[in-house]
Design a protein around this ligand. Structure first.
Ligand SMILES: Nc1ncnc2c1ncn2[C@@H]1O[C@H](COP(=O)(O)OP(=O)(O)OP(=O)(O)O)[C@@H](O)[C@H]1O
Ligand SMILES: Nc1nc2c(ncn2[C@@H]2O[C@H](COP(=O)(O)O)[C@@H](O)[C@H]2O)c(=O)[nH]1
Length: 211
């Protein structure tokens, strides 16, 4: 199958974290190292910030367009986050997974739990900051949000952190390289699990005369 790692549908990884914990940085680093993982680009009603480009970080969408996508059943999941709406379109993930790519979603916890209900094999990964002080300082150092937006995000973080226990894996992003190592290990382990559960196991069983 074209673009497929093993001729079978790909894996779905979902990364969530409070704003500023470092999920975009970790996912970006993973994508640079692993060409088989593809990002899903979400739709949002939030305005672009900094150097964000339409179609790269997000599809920046008016509320009317977002409404019409909701009515047209175009989203696999969507949620209100920090005063805006964000959603993963069916188009962003389904074709790619069917063609064997691994797809990674960077979404909030509400979306992650919706995805798990629809795709029970999706792997949910939660990124934790090492402390509240560090979370605040990362948001401030990033320098892309107003003080008011940073306060909203920190208030929302308390509720988000309480959801970590619902996830399959939790990574503490203190040392960036260590956290990236953990993320790569989870992706790798899921591929091995998938392969050993399916074709490789069947091939080996056949070779050993077990089947
Ligand atoms: N391990 C780390 N140590 C120090 N700084 C980090 C670490 N990981 C990420 N950062 C920095 O913290 C800031 C926030 O990271 P990032 O934008 O990746 O967070 P995020 O979780 O994706 O936030 P949002 O949900 O708002 O997009 C960035 O400036 C990033 O460079
Ligand atoms: N449920 C969804 N959440 C999403 C999606 N895309 C992004 N997000 C989450 O929103 C917040 C804020 O993101 P920001 O880019 O404005 O900082 C963050 O937690 C994202 O993960 C989505 O499609 N669905």
């Amino acid at each position: 199958m074209a673009g497929s790692l093993h001729g079978l549908p790909g894996n779905l990884f979902v990364v969530a974290a409070p704003s500023g914990a470092g999920k975009s940085s970790l996912v970006k680093a993973l994508l640079e190292l692993d060409s088989h993982v593809q990002p899903s680009v979400s739709h949002t009603t939030r305005p672009p910030r900094g150097r964000e480009k339409h179609g790269r970080e997000y599809f920046f969408t008016s509320t009317a367009e977002f409404d019409s996508m909701v009515l047209g059943d175009a989203f696999v999941e969507w949620a209100h986050v920090h005063g805006h709406r964000y959603g993963t379109s069916k188009k962003a993930i389904e074709d790619r997974i069917t063609h064997g790519a691994d797809v990674i979603l960077e979404i909030d916890w509400q979306g992650a739990l919706q995805i798990k209900r629809i795709y029970p094999n999706a792997v949910l990964i939660f990124i934790l900051p090492p402390s509240w002080e560090e979370l605040r300082s990362r948001l401030e150092r990033r320098g892309e949000d107003t003080a008011e937006v940073i306060e909203t995000r920190l208030v929302n973080a308390a509720n988000e952190l309480a959801q970590a226990k619902e996830f399959d894996f939790v990574i503490i992003n203190e040392l960036f390289e260590r956290a990236l190592f953990d993320l790569k290990a989870i992706v790798h382990a899921q591929r091995l699990k998938f392969l050993s559960q399916r074709r490789l196991r069947a091939d080996t069983f056949r070779a050993l005369g077990i089947l």
